[in-house]
Design a protein around this ligand. Structure first.
Ligand code: FAD
Ligand code: NAP
Length: 337
């Protein structure tokens, strides 16, 4: 288990500096167990690629970078296959590898940064597909007892950008492996989101392969989302709020063009990026922290922003959105310490 320099700047996609007590790079399950055994106060943090976190100060504990590698598959049924990957596999590489094997299911989730092990934490989602749609199980260690546990889809209590690992059992388990049930043939493609539908508008849907969808997703994402390697960011900073049908009606009287998406339970999802954009905040900056000029839901580090600069900007946005729309935005990014 390698012990690295204790500055987290290279280990979070915002690229903000923060000192940890120590940073450990964990490559095997026995290294993970040793790391957990040494965590006497139970407050150490595990990280994948640091693409969904904001460090607002120094961390008075150790950080373990999950770097476990490996992937394999086994037939499940005539049309389905079970594919397993270790938690430290980079998510996008894993998705592309499954598609190269001819397996379908993860194509809409291409180019999401991060690790396989972190993907269930917030039930990652994009273009109308969520991780839970092809999740089969995951294997994790309880941080306190070091006992192994297998979680089924039901155990994980997946919700919109949430799971048991981000709510009731936050920081309780370390995921070491995730298994997906993917299609081997008769793939069902989801082109419900307008950018994807438009991309393929001139093509015959019957001849499309999952890998074609992934390539379209990559092209669309590259055209509007900042690359964290060039401009520090953590993707969407806030979740899209879910509002009641009554509140939706009153909102529509003032803002008839509001982008609202009906949910199965009768509530509505409203695009948080639209709310921020309505306030003229696209491109707005406070020092080195800014709202991205193409996608208002993404906050960016222009170079020398601290975690607190980004947090202050987020506070300003939340207050402004609440004052105008009466809606409280909730962070999708997790703050540490
Ligand atoms: P980290 O940021 O390292 O960790 C996130 C949380 O998970 C932390 O609380 C950490 O403690 C915990 N964690 C990490 N690994 C483990 C593990 N093995 N076991 C237990 N806990 C663990 N998200 C989406 O849902 N959809 C998108 O389309 C999307 N697009 C993005 C685009 C950009 C440009 C960026 C920068 C981010 C985007 N994200 C998106 C957010 C992010 O990529 C995902 O949430 C991703 O799953 C985070 O993975 P990570 O390895 O970087 O996790
Ligand atoms: P977009 O197309 O500009 O749409 C804005 C929002 O409207 C999205 O967040 C999406 O919600 C919602 N939406 C659009 N079409 C919808 C439909 N047909 N049905 C239901 N909801 C719809 O979004 P974008 O910023 O370019 O992102 C495209 C996709 O990538 C989205 O799914 C988004 O979640 C995902 N993404 C996520 C992150 C992240 O960090 N979490 C970062 C970048 C992109 P949903 O978010 O619920 O899908």
């Amino acid at each position: 288990m390698a012990v690295l320099n204790s500055d987290l700047k290279s280990y979070n996609t915002f690229g903000v500096s923060a000192q940890a007590r120590a940073i450990h790079s964990i490559h095997t399950e026995s290294e993970l167990i040793a790391f957990l055994e040494e965590d006497t106060l139970g407050d150490d943090l595990v990280l994948g690629q640091g693409s969904n976190v904001l460090f607002t100060d120094h961390l008075p504990y150790r950080v373990g970078l999950i770097r476990l590698k490996g992937r394999h598959f086994n037939p499940y049924s005539e049309n389905e296959v079970l594919v397993t990957a270790a938690a430290g596999e980079p998510w996008h590489d894993f998705v592309m590898w499954t598609l190269e094997q001819g397996f379908g299911g993860l194509e809409n989730l291409a180019l999401i940064p991060g690790s396989v092990g972190a993907a269930p934490i917030q039930n990652i989602g994009a273009y109308g597909v969520e991780l839970k749609d092809s999740f089969f199980s995951c294997r994790a260690f309880d941080r306190n007892t070091r006992e192994e546990k297998i979680f089924s889809t039901e155990d994980c209590a997946f919700e919109y950008r949430n799971s048991i690992f981000k709510s009731a059992c936050k920081n309780q388990y370390v995921i070491v492996e995730v298994t997906f049930k993917l299609s081997r043939n008769n793939h069902t493609l989801n082109l419900s989101y307008a950018p994807l539908k438009n991309w393929f508008s001139n093509k015959n849907g019957d001849s499309l392969r999952p890998i074609d969808v992934a390539e379209a997703v990559c092209n669309i994402r590259r055209s509007k989302l900042p690359d964290p390697a060039i401009l520090g960011n953590a993707g969407s900073f806030f979740k899209n709020p879910i509002i009641t049908a009554d509140f939706t009606q009153s909102l529509l009287t003032k803002f008839p063009e509001a982008p609202l998406y009906p949910q199965p339970d009768g509530t509505f999802k409203i695009a948080a990026g639209w709310l921020i954009d309505q306030l003229g905040l696209k491109g707005y900056r406070q020092g080195e922290a800014a709202v991205h000029d193409k996608q208002a839901l993404v906050l960016v580090n222009l170079g020398a922003a601290s975690g607190n600069d980004l947090k202050d900007l987020a506070q300003h946005i939340k207050k402004s959105v609440f004052n105008v729309f009466g809606i409280t935005l909730e962070e999708e990014v997790t703050f540490y310490p």
